[in-house]
Design a protein around this ligand. Sequence first.
Ligand code: ATP
Ligand code: MG
Length: 608
Amino acid sequence: MGAMKFSHTFIPTLREEPGDALIASHRLMFRAGMIRKLSNGLFAYLPLGLRSFRKVENIIREEMDAIGSLEIKPTVVVPGELWKESGRWDSMGEALLRVKNRLGADFVVSPTAEEAVTALVRDELSSYRRLPLSLYQINTKYRDEIRPRYGVMRSREFVMKDAYSFHTDEGSLDEHYQAQGRAYRRIFKRCGLTVIPVRADSGAMGGSGSEEFMVESEIGDNTLLLCRGCDYAANVEKAGCKGDDGPPSGGEAPPLEKIDTPDVKTIGELCAFLKTDAKNFIKTLIYRAVNVELDLSGAPGSETLVRTRAAPGAPESYGEVFFAAAIRGDLDVNEAKLAAALKASELSLASDTDVVRITGAPVGFAGPVGLSSVPVILDETVTGMKDAVTGALEKDVHYRHAVWGRDFTGWLTADIRTVKAGDRCPLCGGELYEKKGNELGHIFKLGYKYSSSMGVSYLDENGKSHIPIMGCYGIGLDRTLASVIEEHHDEAGIIWPVTVAPYHVIIIPIKYQGAVRDACDALAAELEGAGIEVLLDDRDERAGVKFNDADLMGIPWRVVAGDKNLSGGEPRVEIKRRSEKEARPVPLSGAAAELAEAVRSELRALNG
Ligand code: ATP
Ligand code: MG
């Protein structure tokens, strides 16, 4: 077969930057001829890109196989029926690409595959003897992202490794969940990536039901909180913190009192007006939540609510519910934590019209005292407030001396605050700091959500029927590959870790002819014989052009062969590590053996 010759492959490198590329990986994948854009959020991989993509894919496959997960290949197009059964036909929103076939039947282009795999297992699972069962695929996903960006980091079509596991009990689920977590750590290490595993559950209890694998990134969509004192790390959507000192404790507050606060709207203005601190305010926001699974029987305003199921077996939920969320004035409500507390699939601030209808006052005068039209969710910081200022549900009026338990209570108390840098670690009390992160993978204990809504069961040894408990585990391949480039590049181009490099060695003849040509062919053949992947730049280009392309493509070792070095007493070639500045002359006779050993030893170091 011989080494791949540059002139025979299809690597359209470019000198110019693509106009729309904001980050290095997007720029470099495009310039190195790895990918091309077909349309917004749709990228094609060209031969060079696909080689690295396959390396990531194989690393993931090996690690999944090693923990006993079994590879399958479900379809990408899935009957809409299954998504109606799980309830996600409705709750998934616009990201779900729905299509109809010629008979008018609904289908989904898989954004993820809980439904498809659960349905597959439902039809086959009969006995406990088949459990635990872990299945995975490495397959195309489609999400109709509103704003695809940063190249393959957030595209519409991408490839995900997604695994789903089924167990008789929590212990077995936990065992596989831990094994997946270990496999993820190995996968990212092998790819040369520095990942930060973060809790995606609140973690104050120490339990872990969900972990995300993040890379630090300026363009990261996630805010991570990390502790200076211990290894606590959490997504802000879940991060908790130790309660701080809160309002000073004192004697009994005077009776609740209404005060006129004309033309005072913001908390800042109110603070100035009342000469007090935001910590003594209760900030109240009205939210609209969709598909709320929390049982609201008996809650204010619940008389008119109807609980329905999206499909037989799907969890019961309310289609649309309004809530008030109250929090100490110096803090912010975290919408992800609030949505989790409400078990809602979507949450947003209510419109001004809804606020007026619910509070009976213009926006800016909501408060928990006397609010009886909707359930009030109190942040933990509000319980215990003994002398607070809050909106009085009237234009230009506030209450002061509001006391929790005396003047108001909530319908539910939950931790819904946004934890910030400087807050205290929930585990050790140390100082928390923030980083921006990008999510590469996610492992998650699903519980019974899909197995129960979709009616999966198995028989135990006594012939009794049970529902299996599930976990799911995803990694985005494209995003992982792009993140490798983010972590390993310089001005000139990519600097691949050898495990994901498209080729291990690039051989550059100064001029591919005569003795140089013979030497390059022989070197390439010897390397290939030793299992080393070689690209031979046989193009009729200036040496400088070839050097620039080699740097751009990021191939770990470069060998340059020219007449001058080859024709001395001892023929030599020059070897250069992509990550180093200087090239080094080595005897041609030993070059292949030296390179092969260098490649192998680096592969061992990363894969080990
Ligand atoms: P994000 O919050 O970034 O949208 P997600 O939490 O929705 O991601 P999951 O459903 O957990 O993602 O999917 C598992 C993995 O799939 C992610 O960790 C990520 O690596 C990848 N992924 C998700 N959406 C995209 C996308 N639009 N483009 C590329 N990869 C993606
Ligand atoms: Mg996720």
